[in-house]
Design a protein around this ligand. Structure first.
Ligand code: OMP
Length: 309
């Protein structure tokens, strides 16, 4: 799957991911009204609104982008109907040939990690039958439990040709509370980055490893160091747009070959119609606003990369 991701990034010229993190307050009233008219003001109604909202955004952007990142919490909050909307979104994005990064941030003791890996990246046997539970292509993984919490994910990736993005330095304001602690003279995130490079070394695709890392756009200096520590790992870079990251901050997340990083924006794309810059589209045309925001994000990042050459 890493090869497909790299190929699609080259083909689209867009090292970006659209984060499908739908909240009800981002969904235009006409979409909510229609879903509630059909299913009532229920969890089913909310899930239907989420699904219709996602579908429109995917329809308006899929030809410009390599990948999407649905964040499962945004679906889980609507219970079982929400999880069904998550699955429907994954399947729809797959039908549009997008790479799907399941933002599930899992990680536990070995046996439990194995079950999470099966759920999101693998297949499950039921009697004589085999099923694909959620079917994402990549999953985000929390490495806090150490190697035996990560290895079951790596094993499933090897079998299924899937991939991981392992949290190394997260974008949030208090990420330094633990991640920046100095251990044996170096910050913890560097130790984790080294481990990601090690896990990734025997998981190589054609050019890059399918064991990648997550490093927040909000910490560009740390991104520069981590890029060097993990030269063959793709870096998923969240924190662009709504959290303040901009193209000019991101050049050091990329390698000399112009590859090696994929930048996520969620609210900045899916709720673009609420921003002043895209207000002219209006809530009726929220998908067109998202498309314009994708185009602006690609121009910002490729402009910054070109200027840095
Ligand atoms: O793993 C992630 O994707 C992630 C890691 C991180 O360090 N920071 C971070 O914001 N994220 C996710 O990236 C998305 C960011 O959303 P926006 O701030 O709306 O673009 C959310 O789905 C977060 O859960």
């Amino acid at each position: 799957m890493i090869n497909k991701l790299v190929e699609k990034i080259k083909k689209t010229g867009a090292p970006i991911v659209v984060g499908l993190d739908p909240m009800l307050n981002y969904i235009p009233q006409h979409v909510l009204d229609k879903a509630y008219a059909e299913y009532g003001e229920t969890l089913e109604g909310a899930a239907e609104a989420v699904w219709q909202f996602n579908k429109e955004i995917v329809d308006k952007t899929y030809d410009l982008i390599p990948a999407v990142k649905p964040q499962i919490a945004m679906y889980e909050q609507f219970g079982i109907p929400g999880l069904m909307a998550f699955k429907k979104t994954v399947d729809y994005c797959k039908s549009k040939d997008l790479v799907i990064i399941g933002d599930v941030k899992r990680g536990d003791i070995g046996s439990t990690s194995a079950a999470y890996a099966t759920a999101h990246l693998g297949k499950i046997k039921v009697g004589s039958k085999e099923y694909t539970p959620f079917g994402e292509d990549f999953a985000t993984v929390n490495p806090y439990l150490g190697s035996d919490g990560v290895n079951p994910f790596v094993d499933v990736c090897k079998e299924e040709k899937k991939g991981l993005f392992i949290l190394v330095k997260t974008s949030n304001p208090s990420s330094g509370e633990f991640q920046d602690r100095i251990i044996d003279g170096r910050p913890l995130y560097e130790w984790v980055g080294e481990k990601v490079a090690e896990w990734g070394a025997d998981c190589m695709g054609d050019e890059y490893s399918y064991i990648g890392a997550v490093v927040g756009a909000t910490y560009p200096e740390m991104g520069k160091v981590l890029r060097e520590i993990m030269p063959k790992s793709y870096i998923l870079v969240p924190g662009y747009g709504a959290q303040g990251g901009q193209g000019k901050d991101l050049v050091h997340f990329f390698n000399e070959d112009g590859l090696g990083a994929i930048v996520n924006s969620s609210r900045g794309i899916i709720a673009a119609y609420k921003q002043e810059a895209y207000a002219k589209f209006g809530p009726e045309n929220f998908g067109d606003a998202s498309r314009a925001a994708v185009e602006a994000m690609v121009a910002d990042i490729s402009g910054a990369l070109a200027a840095a050459k």
